[in-house]
Ligand binder design. Structure first.
Ligand code: PAF
Length: 282
């Protein structure tokens, strides 16, 4: 496995590849990431993973500085899972000058849910993913990029970006990897204390219950939905959480659903100092 830092080195490493398959990450890899790497490996002729904690997608008060950086362990895991090239740019490699040209997600998708509670988040994500895509795929006729469905809205934003810019990249979404108790795997789970870790599964349980209630109310969905969402959020509040949103949306565009729409239930909530997100297609 090759480890490269600069975009030029990456392009040399991928010189002979006709169809790279790519997993962008911020490192601190867990089984969920490794599942993405194995998926990527089955879809291209060279598997690339990037490790880059992207300052642009963090708000000033968020955890950019404390975000876990575990480069050596990450490389060991990537190698064991069939990765060919690790692209680990320094900040000056990816952003040699301040990145003033940015990619903005469609506000209808990017300014709701995560975008509402983390303003600018999807601009930061779209900008770095576009830059990573250009680094990995420039000059290639086709490519594949693999993302986890845990970041459901992120996956939709990236799909839309790829469609609208006509990038020759297939975007593959992979199901969320969960711990035995049902907690979605996330690098931020490492911030949880022992008691918080036991409690953390309640977010996925609340979302599942909200999903069941929403399906039961399917015929009068819009009438009951706000009440069901409020009840789910209050349930978590009673347990000491600070929920940002627990909501049922239509899968197609994450807007409020009408009867008959395919649905997804999404949530974000803070437990102590840790903000967790999760979702289920129902
Ligand atoms: O999902 C993540 O880890 C990040 O948002 C991504 C896609 C690597 C961009 O920094």
């Amino acid at each position: 496995m090759q480890i490269v830092r600069s975009i030029d080195e990456l392009r040399v490493a991928l010189g002979a590849s006709h169809k790279p398959s790519f997993v962008p990450t911020m490192g601190n890899l867990h089984d969920g990431h490794l599942r993405l790497v194995r998926e990527a490996q089955s879809r291209g002729d060279k598997t690339v993973a990037s490790i880059f904690v992207n300052r642009l997608q963090f708000l000033p008060h968020e955890d950019f500085d404390s975000y876990p950086r575990t480069f050596e362990a990450d490389c060991t895991k990537l190698e064991a899972n069939g990765c060919d090239v690790v692209f680990a740019p320094r900040e000056t490699d990816l952003y040699p000058q301040p990145q003033t040209v940015k990619v903005h997600a469609d506000p209808a998708l990017g300014d709701i849910l995560e975008g509402q509670f983390r303003p600018g988040f999807f601009t930061g994500v779209s900008t770095v993913v576009m830059k990573l895509f250009m680094s990995v795929f420039a000059g290639k006729v086709q490519g594949v990029a693999v993302f986890g469905k845990k970041d459901y809205q992120q996956l939709m934003v990236i799909r839309q970006m790829v469609r609208q810019f006509a990038l020759p990249i297939e975007i593959v979404g992979v199901d969320t990897c969960r711990a035995e108790d049902g907690l979605a795997l996330s690098s931020r789970n490492g911030y949880l204390s022992e008691s918080e870790r036991t409690e953390a599964v309640q977010l996925s349980m609340a979302l599942r219950a909200l999903g069941r209630d929403a399906l039961a109310a399917a015929n009068a969905l819009s009438t009951h939905l706000h009440a069901l969402e409020a009840k789910a959020m209050e349930g978590l509040r009673q347990r000491g959480w600070q929920p940002d949103y627990l909501t049922v949306r239509r899968r197609e565009d994450l807007q409020a659903p009408q009867a008959g729409d395919a649905l997804v239930v999404l949530g974000a909530a803070r437990l102590g100092n840790t903000r967790l997100i999760d979702n289920f297609e129902i």
